[in-house]
Design a protein around this ligand. Structure first.
Ligand code: ADP
Ligand code: MG
Length: 614
């Protein structure tokens, strides 16, 4: 059907067809006049030609209709004008007038028809152009009247929603809520009488779509007010924007939560960006870092250390270094990686730094190193002590026998005594070293309060002699799991140190009770405290008191007491803390040990902390 129509349309355009049609129609008109001839006679010879020419002029065009006028002229003159069968039409005025009128009418028809045909065609072309233009627009374009009834909707509307918009309102097409939203916006445009922009939504099979809509008042040819609208589906764009926003927020969070300092510098060594971890490292709020020169933020001293690397990274090298940087707010040991920052065309526009604060790690590493060294030393000391112990006993025994020997003069006796006291000193050292490293035997509940009582009993004579007043705060039955003789050695060493440090008339407070860990208040444990009003520990000694052989008592000290204490506490999971003041008359030392309740014993180093108060 459509094929035959288009063939017809094709055919109707050919010259031959159009002229043929004109000839045919003219012939029919002449035939009709011939049929009517018995009724009309010589009157109105052109009568059938008027509508014929008018029709041809209107629909077939200038040439064919002009041809029809001429054919009509000749045909009518020949067949219907007296004298018939001749081409004479001027011998009677009435016939001449009729002929001239016919020709004038013909000319007017032909020209007028052509003119109207052309403007009709032009109008159609314009309409088609506009319709294809609007139908090809990817947006939805539409016109509604004041009541909201569609007078135009383009293809996008029709393919996306329904094929018939015209004559309907949004309420006929869309769900109530969505139609209401459209209508509200339409009314806003009518009220304001100016173009307005809206974000509108529709609910489609693949979910909610967002449209960016412009609506504007339109006055049509009749002066009627309409609402014009143009909506573009921005769902994809918006989804992409949302995704981008989420991605960049996630990325931001990465930067913000990274425990590594991340920084971007430009070629002028200004901070372009930095994350909170970095700001914390340099001890400044982020706002005081970004935009400022590197040198200003890290200080002159740190700048000196890192500036040689800047040339390298700006030359395109990846630079990695470790340094102790004296930042203005405290020195940090950092591991740094610098990578050149490139722009789109691979020019170096600055560099990106990742700065890892390894201060704690380094400290822990050093500590571990020290502990390992100490453990090795302890092991060696213990085995040496063990080896020395037997010959030592023999020598002491021999000296004892020698002293009783009658044949010794005064000088010999003096020498033997000196040798004896020196050897006793050696014996003390050996005894303490031996206990540091002892394996085997299982741990048992040890009543610390009882242990303390025993120790005080042993030292009672010494304490009385030194004129020291004792205060005891012992909760009976406060026990931990451990080795009694080693814990006894801890108490003995601490008590002895306190007694030796305290002058005549001083005070000693000992305390054993259940307690919370001060550093972690959810941790229960047992606390032992020994406080004295002795000379105190100067700041410079404080750092060294746990070192083996560190002593301030050259006469009677071994410098092994606290070292042994620490070793034993490590085995028992105890934490020791020393606080001391060495300013007279308020000098004194408080040593406190905490055994956490479920402390895993026999592993790790005693967490020791010490501080000096002035
Ligand atoms: P020693 O007692 O043999 O000197 P320690 O390891 O027991 O060795 O102690 C090391 C040093 O710590 C002591 O020489 C002393 O200077 C200091 N010290 C320890 N305890 C106290 C205390 N309660 N008061 C003052 N100084 C102390
Ligand atoms: Mg001691």
């Amino acid at each position: 059907m459509s094929a035959s129509i288009s063939r017809w349309a094709q055919l109707s355009k050919t010259l031959l067809f159009r002229y043929g049609l004109a000839i045919l129609v003219t012939a029919v008109a002449l035939l009709l006049r011939e049929i009517l001839d018995p009724y009309l006679g010589n009157y109105t010879p052109f009568i059938t030609m008027f509508p014929t020419v008018a029709l041809l002029a209107a629909y077939v065009g200038l040439g064919p209709s002009a041809l029809s006028v001429l054919l009509g002229l000749f045909g009518v003159t020949y067949w219907f004008i007296q004298p018939r069968h001749s081409f004479v039409f001027w011998h009677r005025p009435s016939v001449l007038i009729a002929t001239v009128v016919y020709l004038i009418f013909g000319a007017v028809m032909v020209l007028g028809g052509e003119w109207s045909r052309r403007s009709r065609l032009k109008l159609r072309r314009t309409r088609v152009l506009f319709e294809t233009f609007l139908d090809n627009s990817p947006g939805a374009e539409y016109l509604k009247d004041e009541s909201g009834t569609y007078v135009y909707a383009n293809k996008t509307n029709k393919t996306r929603f329904t094929s018939d918009f015209i004559g309907k309102t949004d309420f006929d097409i869309f769900p109530q809520a969505i139609a209401q939203q459209f209508r509200d916006n339409d009314l806003a445009v009518l009220r304001d009488n100016r173009p307005r922009e809206f974000t509108e939504t529709t609910d489609e099979s693949d979910g909610v779509h967002t449209w960016l809509t412009v609506k504007f008042p339109v006055i049509d040819a009749d002066g009627k007010k309409l609402i014009g609208g143009k909506s573009i589906d921005i769902t994809e764009k918006q989804r992409a924007e949302d995704a981008l926003r989420t991605a960049s927020a996630q990325f931001r969070r990465f930067l913000e939560t990274a425990p590594v300092g991340l920084v971007r510098f430009n070629r002028d060594m200004l901070y372009l960006d930095a994350n909170p971890a970095y700001a914390e490292m340099v001890g400044l709020p982020l706002e005081q870092v970004i935009g400022r020169p590197l040198q200003e933020v890290i200080g002159a001293e740190a700048w000196q250390k890192i500036s040689p690397h800047i040339d390298r990274v700006l030359r395109g090298e990846r630079v990695e270094y470790e340094a102790i940087l004296p930042y203005p707010f405290g020195s940090r040991h950092v591991h740094v990686v610098w990578t050149p920052d490139l722009d789109g065309s691979n020019h170096i526009v600055g560099w990106i730094a990742s700065v890892m604060d390894v201060t704690e790690a380094k400290r822990a590493e050093e500590h571990l190193h020290k502990v390992e060294k100490l453990a090795a030393a302890g092991q060696l000391a213990a085995s040496l002590a063990h080896e020395i112990n037997n010959p030592l006993s023999s020598v002491i025994n021999a000296l004892y026998l020698l002293k009783r020997h009658s044949a010794m003069d005064e000088h010999a006796t003096y020498l033997v005594n000196t040798a004896g006291s020196e050897l006793e000193r050696v014996a003390r050292i050996v005894k303490q070293s031996l206990s540091y490293y002892r394996e085997g035997s299982t741990q048992q509940p040890v009543d610390l309060a009882m242990l303390m009582e025993d120790s005080l009993q042993v030292f009672s004579e010494k304490i009385r002699h030194a004129g020291i007043e004792i205060t005891k705060k012992l909760t009976p039955g406060t026990s931990i799991l451990g080795f009694a003789d080693e814990l006894r050695q801890v108490i003995d060493n601490l008590l002895l140190n306190a007694i030796e440090a305290t002058p005549d008339g001083g005070r000693l407070i000992v305390c054993v009770r259940s307690s919370l860990d001060w550093a972690n208040l959810t941790q229960l444990g047992v606390r032992l405290t020994i406080a004295d009003t002795g000379v105190g520990i100067p700041r410079e000694s404080m750092a060294r008191v746990f070192e083996p052989f560190f002593t301030t008592k050259p006469e009677k000290g071994t410098g092994l007491g606290l070292w042994v204490v620490r070793g034993i506490l490590a085995k028992h999971g105890g934490k020791i803390r020393i606080r001391s003041s060495w300013h007279k008359p308020k000098s004194g030392t408080i040593i406190s040990i905490l055994w956490p309740s479920q402390a895993s014993t026999s592993q790790g180093d005693a967490l020791s902390r010490s501080e000096t108060a002035n």
